[in-house]
Design a protein around this ligand. Sequence first.
Ligand code: GDP
Ligand code: CA
Length: 326
Amino acid sequence: MKITALAGGIGGSRFLLGARAALPDAEITVIGNTGDDITLHGLRICPDLDTVMYTLGGGISTERGWGRHAETFTVADELATYGVGPAWFGLGDRDLATHLVRTQMLAAGYSLTDVTAALCQRWKPGLRLLPMSDDRVETHVVIETDEGRRAVHFQEWWLRMRAATPAREIISVGAEKARPAPGVLDALANADLVLLPPSNPVVSIGSILAVPGLREALIGTPAPVVGVSPIISGAPVRGMADACLRAIGVATTAGAVGAHYGGRGHRAPGGAGAGAGGGILDGWLVDTADTGTKVPGVTVKARPLLMTDVEATVEIVRAALELAGV
Ligand code: GDP
Ligand code: CA
């Protein structure tokens, strides 16, 4: 079975651990968010791609959920004594090697797709990890300050401001000119099942959908599309997705996020009729705490959605397969 999943960082990776365990024989392709990418100290950093790669490759810090296991921060400390920031971005020594390899390869003319594949040769995540685009797309957040409106990089808003300064707008800079990376559209068109893990609906899934052609490919795929809610009982399980949802005028509820993705419309075998609904979902899994949630044009099922360990996550993936009817 061919499965294609869209993924951000921590929520996406944890879900993918469950997908790989539930379906050891499946061919899993992951379309990773690169909207969080940032250049610091001249190095190109792709936090979400790395979180997927490290988590599936067994190198992640399980306590933090991001960055490397057994990490040290000597270089970051040395930079701080030079007074060179930003101090709010945790740049570990082991992690730096990844960014050095990536930056060097990009400078030599390799695409981000090639670089990601090369990095994955070491980590062997057991799935194919593709960036959403080889073109530069960066999420910026418009905030109101005493000096007026200004835009900051998503990482500065998320990490330094802890998303506490209200976002007036969240913009995918460069998205309108970006092209899907090689293999991305094929992975959606030729999948047997498309999964939307419980990643941030705005700055993870939303930024992937901002790449022209991606949304259309989801609407048009003959495969069933099933999503898993990152929102349980009106709150994100982890992180500040509520601050992102507020910026786009979507309530922080499983139902509102499902409706924001929208229903694809009737899906007959072979895909006939798909797309009539204009949305991207056939099925939406919500937590049992949100039993009774209704989303127009979407089949909603309630299951325990806390990814406490791989076994619990495997059950979520099985529920998604059941809902998709594959
Ligand atoms: P990020 O890029 O590291 O922020 O990670 P993602 O975008 O992939 O995922 C973040 C989302 O995962 C947050 O909105 C959380 O609410 C959600 N999340 C984290 N843990 C769980 C969990 O155990 N269950 C569910 N349903 N969602 C979760
Ligand atoms: Ca992210």
